[in-house]
Design a protein around this ligand. Structure first.
Ligand code: HEM
Length: 425
């Protein structure tokens, strides 16, 4: 069975793969009894660490609130042999990432992430139905990174480009399902031409400076990181946006987002300066990010020093998961945490309001490097798309049929779906 089939299938397959991972991890859990005991009795955290089965379900099937209700906002878990501390809720995550930013700023060494940063996995190439948005959205968003790095754009039909995009997308989705599928075949080098940054880096490489920052290995890692971090995240958010507009046509409609676009932008090209004059659209884009919650577990952190959080002593080097889903759906922060409700970001006069618990990019020293770029892209793409088209479910599918359950992965994308784009003019 191709990986494509595995990933595109909306049925129980991802869960079967997850179960395999859980079984593997549970075996590791059983094997590490001695370490578990030492962690439990070390007095680091008074609560008993949860076994890995609960971890998988709590992290990926969003029941972490139940765990935090039972164990409090700071609890420890065993990830195979690794002891890990999970932080939940806006107050606790802010206390760690913002108020004690330096102490929680390290990244743990995780072999999977190290390998992912070095190259891309093999995959199957197949261009899907034109109404399935993954490929086209990835192509559009990735061209922004391509323009930044290479000072050029790829044609959407270019086979090299399509292959690169599929590999980036697939690797991210596979990361938590089954790492062992991955192998390192694809190298960036052959599609890199030159621009200032790459030219400078390659010149430095030629000088063979010892301890130089700009050398080929680092260059490849930077390029890989920008693609890995900057494409799938933004395009998945946009795909959620179009799905939500189909689900809630009254929000998309000519009385709401499209009306504001018509009023402020008209038929001209949307620009970022329009955003401050478009509070409703701005609120909708923010709410799409909050609701879509696309990096629910955040990236892993590690403590850079010994630190005390909420009265718990956490030693240097402990793996930390500051759970973003628990912040974006924190019941003490949001009026309707589990509903799509753009009014979260509007005051009674219809003006846009920032919300402290809006943390899709995380916070503190390790917060997303691409936040400003991503926000700009999201606004411009979303506005341009709704300016030109109205999005509707395919004939035979009703609004009620549209499934907002997220698919399993390191980032939470919508379940595969199709859409109709009706030109507005
Ligand atoms: C909707 C779009 C995006 C979302 C939701 C998002 C979210 C995140 C999150 C949650 C993290 C982890 C922060 C932490 O560990 O505390 C992160 C890290 C990162 N993001 Fe983004 N991101 C997005 C787009 C981008 C873009 C467009 C780029 C670059 C072009 C980018 C580059 C990075 C990099 C390089 C890191 C690692 C930062 C570090 O380790 O210090 N991201 N992002």
């Amino acid at each position: 069975v191709g990986l494509e089939t595995l990933l595109q299938n909306t049925g129980p397959r991802p869960f079967r793969a997850l179960k395999v991972s859980i079984n593997t991890l549970n075996s590791a859990w059983k094997r590490t009894g001695s370490q578990r005991r030492s962690f439990r009795t070390s007095g680091i955290l008074s609560r008993q660490p949860l076994p890995v089965t609960k971890l998988c379900f709590s992290l990926f099937l969003s029941v972490e609130f139940q765990l935090s209700k039972q164990y409090g906002p700071v609890f420890s878990i065993q990830m195979g042999p690794q002891k890990t501390v999970v932080l939940t809720g806006y107050e606790t995550v802010k206390e760690a990432l913002v108020n004690q930013a330096d102490a929680f700023a390290d990244r743990p060494i995780i072999p999977m992430f190290q390998e992912l940063a070095q190259g891309f996995g093999e995959s199957y190439l197949c261009i899907g139905n034109p109404f399935e948005t993954t490929t086209i959205m990835n192509a559009a968003v990735a061209n922004i990174i391509v323009a930044l790095l290479l000072d050029k754009r790829f044609d959407y039909e270019d086979p090299t480009y399509i292959r690169l995009l599929k590999l980036v997308n697939e690797n991210i989705r596979l990361a938590v399902i089954r790492y062992s599928f991955l192998s390192l075949h694809m190298k960036f080098s052959h599609c890199i031409r030159s621009n200032q940054f790459i030219l400078f880096a390659t010149q430095e490489e030629k000088k063979k400076k010892t301890n130089a920052y700009f050398h080929n290995e680092n260059l490849k890692a930077v390029v890989a990181n920008l693609f890995g971090a900057g494409v799938e995240t933004t395009s998945t958010t946009l795909r959620w946006g179009l799905l939500l507009m189909m689900k809630y046509p009254e929000i998309q409609s000519e009385l709401k987002v499209q009306e504001e676009i018509a009023k402020v932008v008209g038929s001209s090209q949307p620009r970022i300066e329009h955003r401050t004059k478009m509070p409703y659209t701005d609120a909708v884009v923010h709410e799409i990010q909050r609701f879509a919650n696309i990096v629910p577990t955040n990236l892993p952190h590690a403590t850079a020093t010994d630190v005390t959080l909420n009265g718990y002593f956490i030693p240097k080097g402990t793996h930390i998961i500051p759970l973003l889903s628990s912040v974006l759906h924190d019941e003490s922060q949001w009026e309707k945490p589990h509903k799509f409700y753009p009014e979260h970001f509007l005051n009674s006069e219809g003006k846009f309001v920032k919300r402290d618990a809006f943390m899709p990019f995380s916070a503190g020293r390790r917060a997303c490097l691409g936040e400003t770029l991503a926000k700009t892209e999201l606004f411009l793409f979303f506005t341009s798309l709704l300016q030109g088209f109205t999005f509707q479910p395919p004939p035979g599918t009703s609004q009620e049929d549209l499934d907002l359950t997220p698919a399993v992965g390191l980032t939470t994308s919508p379940m595969p779906h199709q859409l109709c784009a009706l030109p507005r003019f």
